[in-house]
Design a protein around this ligand. Structure first.
Ligand SMILES: Cc1cc2nc3c(=O)[nH]c(=O)nc-3n(C[C@H](O)[C@H](O)[C@H](O)COP(=O)(O)O)c2cc1C
Length: 368
């Protein structure tokens, strides 16, 4: 069926809910500004929609600082000269029935730090883009577009709404953004974020739905140091077994010890097999335990994603797997709690180097 480019166009003021939902879901928009003489400029932007009391606004962070002054950015200079702006957010698909866009026109201005709405704007941007949670934006102005009027177009009646799949793009951003952090700054990890992450872990799939994992949170400095000391002895013995040079062993030990001591919170995911089925034969017993371990991995991934979504990072350390009794003793754990990993949690001191990922063609070993 040919697409009629005029059929679905409509000018809508005040903003209709469908177009707002489409806008809310877009990750990127293109912001058009012009200076007093009318010279146009357009840039791709990350943006968030704020919907207070039926008066929606679009906010855009300024995270680039040309020579320290964000007001030197062309889009900002233009807005200060002329407040009329336009922003377009679109969806492209090879199936042109699925094409859709929403064009926003409005009046832009700068929300200065501390001004009413600045904190709310940062919160909305950080909720939408976890990357912003890690940037220090408090001292920078935010662009706010108000008095919105929306024009929308869609390739078929349902394209605008069908393209709104809650969470899909955010989930992809979280999955790709999560990273193993091994160095933390001194900020404490908020308790509610840690609790939320453990709740997220609890939503992992598990064999028979028995949830064969428990989490031990180690926050006290004294306990973190005791755990690091207790594990250091095992690490030393194991590294020496590998025939490593004593100086190198001590240097590596110091790094690992520092990791546990500097992270404000450690989470120890433990395998908990008490509620699983018990089989008379070793094959099924082993399979049951493997399932529990697989499920623990899924739970840890949920935990890491939840932390990352809240702007906090973690890193997976396998050390307890090599000395579960040492960890049990150092933390005074019940024997049913089998430590399988250690997740230092906190705010990243710096962005870690990420490893490249395999392309799809390598990931799919076979498709029959
Ligand atoms: C089961 C498991 C054990 C891991 N153990 C460690 C570890 O002991 N120390 C460490 O620095 N990273 C450890 N990692 C993290 C990996 O090195 C990391 O996930 C990998 O390099 C990819 O980097 P990314 O997590 O930033 O994507 C472990 C990861 C998994 C899944």
């Amino acid at each position: 069926m040919p697409v009629d480019l005029r059929q679905h166009a409509a000018l809508m003021t005040p903003p209709d809910p469908q177009s707002l939902a489409f806008l809310r879901d877009r990750r990127v928009g293109h912001l058009a500004t012009a200076n007093a003489a009318g010279d146009p400029s357009v840039v791709p932007v990350c943006f968030a929609l704020i919907e207070t009391a039926g008066d929606p606004a679009i906010v855009i962070a300024i995270d680039e600082k040309p020579k320290g002054d964000p007001r030197k950015l062309r889009r900002v200079r233009n807005i200060l000269e002329r407040s009329d702006v336009a922003l377009i957010a679109d969806q492209y698909s090879e199936d042109w029935q699925q094409l859709a866009w929403v064009l926003v026109r409005g009046q832009a201005g700068l929300l200065e730090p501390g001004a009413p709405g600045h904190a709310e704007a940062l919160l909305a941007l950080r909720l939408k883009y976890p990357q912003y949670a890690r940037m220090r934006l408090e001292a920078l102005p935010v662009i706010a577009i108000r008095d919105l009027s929306l024009t929308s177009w869609q390739g078929s009646d349902a394209a605008l709404m069908e393209s709104v799949r809650p969470g899909r793009e955010e989930l992809a951003a979280l999955i790709r953004g999560r990273r193993s952090v091994r160095a933390f700054d001194t900020r404490p990890a908020p308790r509610e974020i840690v609790e939320e992450a453990i709740l997220a872990a609890g939503w992992a799939p598990s064999p028979h739905g028995r949830q064969p994992w428990r989490f031990v949170v180690v926050e006290s400095r004294e306990r973190r140091y005791a755990l690091a000391d207790a594990m250091a002895a095992t690490w030393r013995a194991q590294l020496r077994l590998d025939g490593q040079d004593a100086a190198i062993v001590e240097a590596r030990l110091e790094k690992s010890r520092e990791r546990l001591q500097r992270a404000p919170v450690l989470i120890v995911p433990c395998l908990y097999l008490e509620d699983l089925d018990v089989y008379p034969d070793p094959d099924r017993r082993r399979a049951e335990e493997t399932m529990a371990i697989q499920s623990l991995g899924a739970a840890v991934q949920n935990l890491l994603l939840s932390l990352y979504a809240a702007g906090v990072d973690g890193g997976w350390m396998c050390a307890p797997l090599f000395c579960p009794e040492v960890v049990q003793e150092a933390l005074g754990l019940a024997p049913a709690l089998i430590p399988h990993a250690l997740i230092p949690v906190g705010y990243a001191a710096r962005d870690p180097v990420r490893r490249p990922r395999m392309p799809l063609a390598d990931l799919i070993a076979d498709w029959q």
